[in-house]
Structures are given as C-alpha cells and as structure tokens.
Ligand binder design. Sequence first.
Ligand code: URA
Length: 195
Amino acid sequence: MQNIKEQLNILRKETQNCLKCPLSQNRTKIVFSDGNENAKIMFIGEAPGKNEDKMGLPFIGRAGLLLRKYLKELEYNENDYYITNTVKCRPPENRKPTNKEKKACQNYLKKQIELVDPKIIVLVGSTALESFAIEKTTITKARGQVFEKEYAGKIRKFIPIFHPSYLLRKHSEEQNSPRFLFKKDLIFIKELITL
Ligand code: URA
C-alpha cells in the first residue's frame, strides 16, 4: 500500500496525461498542487493563470502572491496548507472554467481531498464556492462561515473566502473593507486549526 505522497504522485501523473476536456489542448504544464500533503488546511482556487501554467504551480501570479503575502503576514507556516484549484489546466484568456471543464476535473480534486483529508477546506472565490454547491449563496454572504457538507466519504468543513484577484482592485484595509474581511477570515481559519 502506497503512502499518501506516493498516491498523490500517481494522481499527479494521471493528470499530466489527461485529455478529458479541451483545456488540455493548450496547457503548458499541469498545475496539480503546492504545499504539504499532510496539511490541516486545503485552499481550493479557481484555475491556473498564465504564470501558473508556465511554472506548474498554483497561486504564483499576482493574485496568488497576494494570498501568500497575507498567509505569511498572519504567520501561517508553509506546512500548514496544501493548495490546488478546481481545474488543473489554464482556461484561455483566464476565463472562468465552464461547468463541463470543472466536471471533467472533479474526480482529481475529489481524490486529492480524500488523500490529504484536511480539517478545513477553504474555497477561494466564487468559482470554488459554486463547485461545491454549498447553498444558493454568494461569496459575499458566505465568506467567513463554516459549512458542513458530506463530500468524498465524510462530513467536511468548508469555509469560503474572497478571491485575492478581487483584492487586487481594493487596496484599503480599513474596517470591513474586502482586505480587512479577507484577513479576518484567514485569522479565523488559523484559530480553528490551532484549537
Ligand atoms: N492562481 C491559481 O492557481 N488559482 C487561482 O484561482 C488564482 C490564481
């Protein structure tokens, strides 16, 4: 029986050969994950962008670096989290992945969740939120709340947060600004796993 790391590596290799949807035609690299496969927190973003496609790593473009900057500022350790996306290939022109594309990729994400088995799944932005059909809600209403839902074999905790690309256009950190709420949610998540 392989350990989790080995099983994730097998899954990564599978995605590298994946031709299940048209996104595979234009990819430079598969963007499978970054971070610790034993982490208690899993961040799920929307989709790889240009930098991610080039380097094969999630959240390394402008928005991704903003998320990473806040994680560092709030003293998240890199071992605390595992990062992936709803789809593993870059959609053209950074458009949102379609439902069909997300569905084609869904089993990879499901298997990642099963194997990493995080205590908390952070849904980064509305595309990730919609992928899990949490409830008929918007990211603005849902952010910072804990949703418990059966997924990949057990009841799991999901917490939606704003997507960092939204914050790129909102610079203020004053009370109740998007950046303020983003930080507040990250602080709350960190507290939950250290309890
Ligand atoms: N980079 C990613 O990997 N995912 C996003 O959702 C945004 C930037």
